[in-house]
Write a protein that binds this ligand. Structure first.
Ligand code: NAI
Length: 332
């Protein structure tokens, strides 16, 4: 029987990389019936809401979605559909594995770390207002409940995947109450996982340490904003945004999407790298217990990257999205 999965192609390079990923999954023989939906500006024009209710219902029914990036207007305009989606479905954990790939040139060759980002609160609360003209206030919300459950998620993940250390990253020296609460919750939850090393680091130092010596890290646990920034820094350590996968996970549902955005500077030119979303689909297949297909797709993509004959421009090659995708499918 075919498994129903919600598909959100998104905009910008979204339709190009989701199209590539869907064809790789089809070629791998995975039985999926896709339920496609639009989000963002296109959904606003068509349905009067950038995040249509039918889309939310589809994910609630199917429990799993694969999503391409969606553009958020800067400064003005509608609230990010990505942020709204994560909140509406309570997808509180954002998981971003940062792993070196053979054949992908980068500063280091053996980076293997996991970024766990809290996905529902912090400065992404959306609570901003003008106090008086020329003065705005943006609220950073940190709660005991969300801090504990994301810490528990990180330690459970570390235990399941035989990881050795979880490092909480914060700025509790300055934001003593909010980041202090996050850190205290982390320390308390850590007591339930004595076999896993738990330490912490201030975020500015963490940035430097990541650039100088990323191998000292294993699982990183961060609030929403720091997690957003450090994920991109991590992507830069292993070849850029074109390769890094991601997942938004809640207790009942999960939406799988790459770290990168809609890349308007290259959209519509057929040159986007679909590696990030294909690797994201591998995370999705593992989540739905299609491990054999997941391993085959991962091996195929690693083979093509390691051979270095068919690479997209971001990785120093000349291949188009379609040429790269066809090479992955041939190697399947
Ligand atoms: P971006 O990730 O779209 O692009 C940053 C740089 O990386 C650009 O030079 C781009 O060409 C390159 N890049 C990204 N993905 C690539 C790929 N697959 N292949 C080759 N090159 C790639 O970040 P930016 O420009 O800050 O954001 C653009 C839009 O995307 C914004 O509206 C932002 O809000 C949205 N966005 C959406 C996300 C989502 O839907 N989950 C996540 C991040 C940003």
């Amino acid at each position: 029987m075919k498994r129903k999965i919600t598909l959100i192609p998104g905009d910008g390079i979204g339709p190009e990389v989701t199209g590539a990923t869907v064809s790789v999954l089809r070629a791998a023989g995975v039985q999926i019936e896709w339920e496609p939906f639009v989000v963002g500006a296109e959904a606003l024009t068509k349905y009067g809401d950038p995040l249509p209710a039918d889309l939310i219902e589809s994910i609630k029914r199917n429990k799993v979605a694969l999503k391409g990036p969606a553009t958020t207007p800067v400064g003005t305009g509608f609230v990010s559909s990505n942020v709204r989606l994560r909140k509406a479905l309570d997808l509180y954990a954002n998981l971003r594995p940062i792993k070196s790939l053979k054949g992908v040139k980068s500063r280091y060759e053996d980076v293997d770390l996991i970024v766990v980002r809290e996905n529902t609160e912090d400065l992404y609360s959306g609570l901003e207002h003008e106090v008086v003209p020329g003065v705005v206030e943006s609220l950073k919300i940190i709660t005991d409940r969300a801090s504990r459950r994301i810490a528990r998620f990180a330690f459970e993940y570390a235990r399941r995947e035989a990881r050795k250390k979880v490092t909480a990253i914060h700025k509790a020296n300055i934001m003593k109450m909010s980041d202090g609460l996050f850190l205290n919750c982390f320390r308390e939850v850590a007591k339930d996982y004595p076999e896993i090393l738990a330490d912490d680091l201030i975020v500015d130092n963490a940035c430097m340490q990541l650039v100088m010596n990323p191998n000292q890290f294993d699982v990183l646990l961060l609030e929403n904003l720091y997690g957003d920034i450090i994920s991109d820094l991590g992507a830069g350590l292993v070849g850029g945004l074109g390769v890094v996968p991601g997942a938004n996970i809640g207790d009942e549902m999960a939406v799988f999407e790459a770290v990168h955005g809609s890349a308007p500077n290259i959209a519509g030119r057929g040159i986007a790298n679909p590696t990030a979303l294909i690797q994201t689909s591998v995370l999705m297949l593992k989540h739905i217990d299609e491990r054999e297909a997941a391993d085959r797709i991962q091996a195929a993509i690693e083979k093509i990257l390691a051979e270095g004959q068919v690479l997209t421009r971001d990785l120093g090659g000349q291949a188009t999205t379609i040429e790269f995708t066809e090479a992955v499918i041939r190697s399947l």
